[in-house]
Design a protein around this ligand. Structure first.
Ligand SMILES: Cc1cc2nc3c(=O)[nH]c(=O)nc-3n(C[C@H](O)[C@H](O)[C@H](O)COP(=O)(O)O)c2cc1C
Length: 408
């Protein structure tokens, strides 16, 4: 268990690292979907003033750790308020256990959070106070202000701002994968590593709500909200260069493209791989970096994260039982689920007799308003010279788009 850390005078970090193993080989996946090789932190905070407030909690599995940490600072009976910026169980699972001890505590959640508190944990409404936009709660020397920030990434999400210390608690917004290992602030860790983990977390979890990220950032700017510490509930707290962090998420949520092409593919017997190798070499002739992902063996989180800001996506798939090759299908389904901004997609692949994968992929992509580039290049069996000529044509189109999109 990590030690309690001071954020500022009388505001403590009481969160935990989650590095639980699924089996001997790998860490449990986040949401049992996303690989998290560096673990994840659930950041919770305790403010000790005339009134005592907890801000966000931890996963149920770590309730006892949280309780121990709080007890090392104050009696749990002293907790007056439990502020839940987000109801997802990785931040609220410990709530029932905490309430067994913090008998007098009231829960503050947004209007949409009220039913979730009742539905998820069977808690009586008399224990809940609705946090309204711009509502302030005096703790003594300190004042908490609630800022509604819906759909980051659930409907009930909100931020909590400590007026005097200028700390903004944002829960999942601006959060990053990666356990903290006893560190807390951005200047104590390898920032680039956590920004990469932040990009993964963003693409995996928050990206369907890019517009709401934009809205939150605009609001912070418009209201000139001074932030000395940006405190998400996953990953490090930021205090060194907050404009840089806001800009990082601003670019992600505006889908600003990077100069590269991501190719996701699958291949059982090597014919599709031949096409992939050719496409890669042709694109690289134009000094455009290619990121290659064999969907059968690549980390889903890595693929989704790289696709997010690739100006064009290329997908190579064999036909498999008249369908898209299943590992490729999983990636494309996730791109669809995460409602990525539409982008041009080049598709190609091999089949043995009647085909079907490319038609299915085209229909799927058009259903998500992605543009399918011409030509769609299918090859019955080993790719021929004619097939390679078609791939060249496709690559020319791709290169043109990448140049146009990234030279702005
Ligand atoms: C299990 C299985 C199912 C397949 N189903 C089809 C099919 O429905 N239609 C078709 O045209 N080819 C089908 N094929 C043939 C493959 O598409 C063909 O072997 C292709 O070359 C595979 O690409 P690869 O060499 O990149 O692995 C199937 C192959 C396998 C192994």
């Amino acid at each position: 268990m990590n030690d309690v850390r001071k954020v500022v005078e009388n505001i403590y970090y009481v969160g935990v690292d989650d590095k639980r193993k699924h089996d001997e080989k790998q860490l449990k996946k986040f949401e049992n979907i996303w690989p998290i090789p560096y673990g994840i932190s659930y950041n919770a905070f305790l403010i000790v003033d005339e009134k005592v407030a907890l801000i966000d909690l931890v996963d149920e599995a770590f309730a006892d750790d949280l309780i121990k940490k709080i007890k090392s600072i104050t009696d749990l009976e002293r907790v007056d308020y439990i502020i839940l910026n987000h109801m997802e169980p990785d931040h609220t699972g410990a709530l029932p256990k905490i309430l067994e001890h913090a008998k007098n505590a009231k829960i503050l959640v947004s209007k949409r959070g009220i039913n979730m508190v009742k539905d998820f944990y069977g808690i009586d409404e008399s224990k809940i106070i609705e946090a309204k936009d711009n509502m302030e709660l005096k703790l003594g020397k300190r004042t908490l202000r609630f800022i509604m920030a819906p759909f980051l990434h659930w409907p009930e999400t909100m931020f909590t701002y400590v007026v005097e210390d200028k700390i903004l608690f944002t829960c999942d917004a601006f959060g990053a994968y990666g356990a903290l290992n006893g560190k807390l602030f951005d200047d104590e860790v390898d920032l680039e590593h956590y920004l990469s983990e932040g990009k993964h977390y963003y693409s995996n979890i928050v990206s369907p709500y890019a517009n709401f990220v934009q809205r939150a950032i605009q609001r912070v700017k418009k209201e000139n909200l001074e932030i000395k510490i940006l405190a998400p509930s996953h990953g490090p707290l930021y205090r060194t260069d907050i404009p840089r962090i806001l800009d990082f998420y601003d670019r992600l949520s505006r889908w600003v493209p990077e100069r590269k092409v991501v190719i996701v593919y699958g291949s059982m017997y090597g014919f599709t791989k031949k096409m992939v190798n050719f496409v890669k070499a042709e694109i690289e002739k134009h000094k455009i970096p290619v990121k290659l992902y064999d969907a059968s063996y690549s980390d889903l989180s890595d693929m989704i994260t790289d696709i997010l800001d690739s100006p064009v996506l290329m997908v190579g798939t064999p036909t498999y039982d008249a369908q898209i090759y299943p590992p490729v299908q999983v990636v494309m389904h996730m791109v669809k689920t995460k409602r990525f901004k539409s982008k041009p997609v080049g598709i190609f692949g091999v089949f043995g007799w009647g085909g079907g994968a490319l038609e299915k992929l085209k229909t799927m992509l058009e259903g998500t308003k992605f543009t399918v580039l011409e030509p769609i290049v299918g090859s019955r069996g080993m790719p021929t010279q004619e097939v390679y000529e078609q791939l060249k044509q496709l690559v020319n189109t791709v290169v043109e788009i990448v140049n146009k999109e990234t030279e702005k």
